[in-house]
Design a protein around this ligand. Structure first.
Ligand SMILES: Nc1ncnc2c1ncn2[C@@H]1O[C@H](COP(=O)(O)OP(=O)(O)O)[C@@H](O)[C@H]1O
Ligand SMILES: Nc1ccn([C@H]2C[C@H](O)[C@@H](COP(=O)(O)OP(=O)(O)O)O2)c(=O)n1
Length: 233
């Protein structure tokens, strides 16, 4: 797609498994350079929330496909205050429940859902690049499908233990083993689905964040972004 080069703004594409640090890193980089931030996982969570709220059987791919175009999802891309709305309702909290988290991989595996959300994500990228000159986009298929020509492509990783520790701390849970099992289940589903699975490609830079602080990771990514801009990408 166009819109990823310097003339129209820079795209920083970040993929990786749950808890690797995508959201916090993407927000930090966008803030550091006054760019926008797009949390594509929040879009899949939002459509899942709508399906569950409207009694759509999320295990029935045909039913999910048929309903996929009904909810209107609106994203706010300010990295200091990102927002997500469905049909005008703020769902920032509602999309983080265990019910949504448990069903989001099934909904994300439906091609019609992905087709619709990827199209919207590309529109947002083009709009924000034209408006402010850059956007940091994070998810599972950003480096491979949504913005494969992005000048900076990153695959964030961290050990399963570190990811579970971080997530447990975030949700104030002492059951790190249960958190690790839930993450492993979702990672497996997201990496093995037929359409746009989470994949690490050779042209994406791997960044293992296990032993790094968030500030260190943000600093490394800002450096890569600055280098790409200097090279004129
Ligand atoms: N490098 C890091 N070191 C320590 N904690 C981190 C690091 N990166 C992220 N975190 C923390 O880990 C948790 C999960 O990070 P998040 O950015 O939501 O990951 P993801 O978007 O990949 O699921 C958050 O509480 C975040 O503050
Ligand atoms: N580009 C994307 C982003 C997320 N998804 C799906 C798969 C993920 O399990 C869910 C939720 O993503 P989210 O980034 O919120 O996940 P985390 O809990 O932050 O790890 O959405 C996707 O299929 N494609």
């Amino acid at each position: 797609m166009s819109g990823q080069g310097r003339a129209e703004g820079i795209v920083i594409a970040i993929d990786g498994p749950s808890g690797s640090g995508k959201s916090s890193t993407a927000k930090g980089v966008a803030k550091a350079r006054d760019w926008r931030y797009l949390d594509t996982g929040a879009m899949y969570r939002a459509i899942t929330w709508w399906m569950v709220s409207n009694q759509i059987d999320v295990t029935d791919a045909a039913a999910v496909a048929q309903a996929a175009s009904r909810p209107v999802i609106t994203m706010g891309t300010d990295p200091s205050a990102p927002t997500v709305q469905v049909d005008g309702t703020d769902v920032a909290q509602a999309i983080r429940t265990d019910e949504v988290t448990g069903n989001v991989s099934a909904v994300s595996a439906v091609p019609e859902v992905r087709e619709r959300l990827v199209a919207r994500q590309r529109e947002i990228i083009a709009e924000e690049c034209a408006a402010v000159g850059g956007i940091v986009v994070e998810g599972r298929d950003i480096t491979t499908v949504v913005a494969p020509d992005a000048p900076v492509k990153l695959f964030l990783t961290a050990s399963a233990e570190a990811r579970a520790q971080r997530r447990s701390k975030e949700v104030h849970s002492s059951d790190v083993a249960a958190t690790q099992a839930a993450l492993a289940r979702r990672d497996k589903l997201d990496s093995s689905r037929a359409v746009s699975p989470l994949t690490q490609t050779a042209d994406a830079t791997e960044l293992d964040t296990t032993g790094l602080s968030l500030d260190e990771v943000v600093g490394l990514v800002v450096k890569l972004a600055d280098e790409a801009q200097t090279r004129g990408l």
